[in-house]
Every structure is written in C-alpha cells, then in structure tokens.
Write a protein that binds this ligand. Sequence first.
Ligand SMILES: [Zn+2]
Length: 484
Amino acid sequence: MLETGMFPHKQRVFAHVDRNAQAIAQLGDALYYFGELGMQEHRSAGLMADILEEHGFEVARGVSGMPTAFVASYGSGAPVIAVHTEYDANPDNSQTPGVAEHSPIIEGAPGHCEGHNVNAAVMVAAGLAVKRAMEEHGVGGALKLFGSPGEEQIISRPYFVRDGLFDDVDLAFHDHIHREFKAEYGMMQYSVISVEFVFRGETAHGAYPWRGRDALDAVMMMDAAMAQYRGHMEPTMRAGRVVTDGGAQPNVIPARASIWWYLRGATAQQARSLLDRARACAQAAAAATNTEAEEHLLAASWPVRGNRTMAEATQRNVELVGVPEWSAEEQEFARALQRKAGVEAEGLKTAPVPLDGPTTQNPSGNDCGDISWVTPMVRLSFPSNVPNIGYHHWAAGAALATSIAHKGAAAGAKALAASVLDFFHSPALVDEAKRTFKEEVGATVYEPLIPLHQRPPIDRNKEAMAYWRPRQEAHYLSGRPVFV
Ligand SMILES: [Zn+2]
C-alpha cells in the first residue's frame, strides 16, 4: 500500500477550503439561480472561467467547438492531472431552495434538480486549493480543469477525447453530487447514444390525406417497432425517447417529424448494437410510410468506469475528511423533504460509504465515460443531496442552494483537492494507477462512438434559454464569490 496519509499539504488545502467556504457556497448558489440548460451555460461557464483566470489559471474558452466549454490550466511538466465536471440544468426543474414542497422559482423554467451547480463549485474550489498548494510547495506537474457542458445531453467529453484534449492527461478526477460520500471503482454507469431520426414526407390538406406523405406516421411506426423490440432486448439495454416534432396542426399532413432517442447499454458494443436496430426500425418505418429517414447522431459516450488505485487513494481522503456534521434543522429539512417525496424519511447520511469492492453498474450515463477508457479516472461522490430522492424530481433541487449543499461541497472540495495532491506528490502512485488501469481495460479497444467529423449539437436549447433567461434574471443572486 502506498502512503497517502496526513501530509502537511492536506492541512493547507483543508484550511484553504474552510477559508473560502462562503465563496464556494456563493458560486454553487449563483449557478443554481442561473439554471442554464446544456450548451447554453454562458453565465455559469463565464463566471467559473473568470474566477479561475483571475487566480492565475490559463483559460481556453470554447474548446472543441463548444462555446460553454473551457479548459483552465496551471503548471507544466508531468504528471498532467485533470478534473472535469458539468454545470447544466434540466428542463422544468425550477425549485425554490430550502422549501420542502414543490415550489418552482418560475413555473416551467429550467433548474437544477440534480446538483451540477454544486459539482462546478467543488471543481473550482478544489482547483484553487490545489494550485495554491502547488505554488507553496513547489510541486511540479500540470493541473487542468475541464468545464464540461451539456452533460444531460451526453455531449461534451467524448468530443474532448476525440479532439485530443486528453492525449497528454495522466489521470482524471470527476466530482459529482450524491447522497453519499464515497469513491468507487469498476463499471459504474452505462454507455449512451443520443440519436435523432428525422422523417420527411409531403404536406397535404388533412381532408385529403392521400395526397400527402405523413412523416408523423413514420415516427409512430418507428416507435412501435422499437417497442416490440424492447421485449427482446438484453436486460442491460434501454431505449427512451421523446417526439421532438410531430407536426404543427391536424389539417396539415406533417412533411417533417422527428423522434429523439437515448439508447443505453452496459457496454459500448451493446449501445452500438441498439443503434443498429434503431436504424433498421427507422428504415422500415420510412419504407412503410413512403417517407425518407435521416439520422442525426448527436452524441455518444462510453460506459463510465473507475480505477481502483485512484478510488483507494480518494477513499482515504473521504474518510479523513468525513461526512459533515449536520444540524438538527438540516436533518429535519431532509426528513420533511423525504416525507413529501414519499420515500423513506431517514434524513442525511452521517458516515462515508466504505470501499469494499467494485461498485454496481447502474443504467444511467455520464458523458465522462470516454475519459475513463483513455486514462485512469475516479469519481468522487460528495454528500450535498438528500438520500432516496431521484434526480430530476423537484425534491432533488430543494437542498441544492442550502447549507446542506454548502457543507457537502466543502467536504467534497477537501477530499478532491487532497486526492489530486496525493498524485502530484507521488509519482509511484501515478504509475500504480496506470498499471491497474491497463489491467482493468484489458483487451478492450477504445474508439469514439461519435463520428470523426461530427460537430457537437450546440443549439438545441438556444431558443428555450432565449425565452427563460430574461425571466430568470430577476432571481439572480447579487454579489460575486470572492476566493482568497
Ligand atoms: Zn449528473
């Protein structure tokens, strides 16, 4: 076992985080009220990039053709350690924080009901603490923080990997909000392919429908074909969809209709085979309706995996930091929220989850999957959310700009910063992570699921945010987080 105990650098990063607790809270809260949908996180990314630039990071904005993506770098030489996280909100997830009942800030508006606002605050806080420690201790190597937009649409990080932004990275950390405080390794999440099929026919008057070719018929037939196939899919496959265009009004036969799929599989190969089936269903639906099918592969990510060496090192810091001490009011708020959401009212967790083996893979996805196949990667889950409540439900947003989120973020930033520094301080630990990573990946050959010349879909939420942003502005917090 390699030593990653209580070096003095940890005391310093812990003190740095404590000193900046208010700024960390303010940053997460600011993003909460921005509530920006994927690829439209202009305020969120801008604020983080500005803060990091002001504190001596070199910031490249708009990387990989995504205006709300950035890379903030500090230092040079080896190793190169990356931290990456997301900051997008979700549609119709507006929720007033600190209120234990469904109470949108703005009815129907986007909002944070998963906690990516807190993920971002933790990355920035840890990044600033690590940089300060590197300066004070003369630590070599480079730290790169990847602002990774559009996670809910599985967009940004496969593009980063495809475009070579991770070619020089030795190790990567991902931080994500959770109900628990823990590090994990093994296969964690599924592969996801985001693909839209657009069908094109011909308009006609609805009273003379035989004169047209109905694109909506094709959408419905594709959906029916996929629904039949669901009964024969392997248990580790999923296919979810929304109809993104079903025509405009009933007396005009739709010449255009579209259906958007998230195809999930426990392996990249399974997700790919589901895509093959979806293509066949789309072609069959087009043939049956005398329409034409177009495929738009929007984004695709590999399953997320975690490296054991990195997880063990990170877990030691999780246990060193410990779960925050929750007040009676915080516990009571959590229980009230749990009761209201109809789940077990057990309150907040009070101890970290031990690391006693590989994790259980779950069918959700995260676009950081590709990174985890090209470099050793670990995810730190930090305790800023209320147990038993599923993400994207209003109740999952209620704690995200409260003292629960703030305390959990500080704990997360400490564990993350300490873990990154452990690897900067120990070349042997870096080598060990690379060795176990090779073993874990085995014979699997990574190839991006997104095509070589595919451009990221950056405009999908543009109109929605053009509508909501002016309405949200009235609720933005005043004041700007000041890190010292
Ligand atoms: Zn997430």
